[in-house]
Design a binder for this molecule. Structure first.
Ligand code: C2E
Ligand code: CA
Ligand code: CA
Ligand code: CA
Length: 277
């Protein structure tokens, strides 16, 4: 029902770079894909660098397209952002993520699930109410939902974003700053946001072992975050050397191909039972 409501407000944005026939076709199809449940989530685990414990999962959207195969978010999320489809897309992802978090919790293996928000979601005054309704409908403790927002999304409308994030945090939902280090948020601004986690951008983590300045940035972000009382997650951990280096810097959690790729929920559960044993 909520989905249909959102689809009613779909507006074609003539400024979008969707002039090519391919893009236009994809846009029409994306609209149908949300209605037809062609979107799905893959999950990628995060683990404690210290204890190895699984600390969370990031939900990453995919589009199972009838003829193009599995389409990755870089090929359709930006399109959704420019066309008013991001509301229903985020609605789908939140709903599916909450259902999965509830299933893990009911199975006695609670795991916080992180959902990515887009710039437009942060100026959607209705989002906190939607999230509250979802948590209530599925009886999910708010602490099992985390929302990832990038610095650039916050900077687009800092005042509006702060208001929406405050309302979300007041529900008990965790807020994580994604791609940290790649944006331009001032420390003064960060201080006033209800944030509990920094996620270090993978571009720094992936180059840490060859690039001394990237290593310095990673180390500094860990220290800065810890001084602010935050949890630090490094994404893009692709090899054991990176994990060791992060351990030396005191980074809390790690996410990356070396540990596990983003996978469908069944594969995630298989990975988790092998990993934990
Ligand atoms: P992100 O939020 O920074 O997500 C991390 C991306 O890095 C994911 O790509 C993930 O598969 C990839 N990744 C994970 N570990 C590694 C690694 O060790 N090495 C490398 N090179 N890459 C790694 P994915 O799933 O293709 O998503 C790309 C971007 O699309 C995401 O970047 C996020 O900005 C956006 N996105 C994904 N799902 C959603 C969603 O549900 N809603 C919104 N609004 N955006 C989404
Ligand atoms: Ca993310
Ligand atoms: Ca990221
Ligand atoms: Ca990114």
């Amino acid at each position: 029902v909520a989905k249909a409501e959102h689809l009613g407000v779909f507006v074609y944005d003539p400024d979008a770079d969707s002039h090519s026939p391919g893009k236009l076709a994809l846009l029409g199809e994306l609209r149908r894909a949300i209605e037809n449940d062609e979107l799905l989530l893959h999950f990628q685990p995060q683990v404690s660098i210290d204890t190895g414990e699984v600390t969370g999962a990031e939900a990453l959207v995919r589009w199972q397209h009838p003829t193009r195969g599995l389409v990755y978010p870089d090929d359709f999320v930006p399109l959704a952002e420019r066309t008013g489809l991001i509301g229903p897309l985020t609605g789908f992802v939140l709903n599916a993520a909450v259902i999965q978090a509830k299933a893990w919790s009911d199975a006695g293996q609670p795991l916080p699930v992180a959902v990515n928000l887009s710039v437009r979601n942060l100026s959607d005054e209705d989002l906190p109410r939607q999230v509250a309704a979802l948590l209530k409908a599925h009886q999910l403790p708010a602490s099992l939902l985390k929302l990832e927002v990038t610095e650039s999304a916050i900077m687009f409308d800092p005042v509006g974003a702060a208001r929406v994030l405050r309302q979300l945090a007041d529900l008990g939902v965790e807020i994580s700053i994604d791609d940290f280090g790649a944006g331009y948020t001032s420390l003064g601004q960060l201080k006033s946001l209800p944030v509990t986690e920094f996620k270090i951008d993978k571009s720094f983590v992936m180059n840490m072992n060859q690039d001394a300045s990237d290593a310095l940035i990673v180390h500094s972000v860990v220290d800065l975050g810890h001084h602010l009382g935050l949890t630090i997650v490094a994404e893009g951990v692709e090899n054991p050397a990176a994990l060791e280096q992060l351990a030396a810097y005191g980074c809390d959690n790690a996410q990356g191909y070396y540990l596990c790729r983003p996978v469908p929920v069944d594969a995630f559960d298989d990975w988790r039972s092998d990993y934990v044993e």
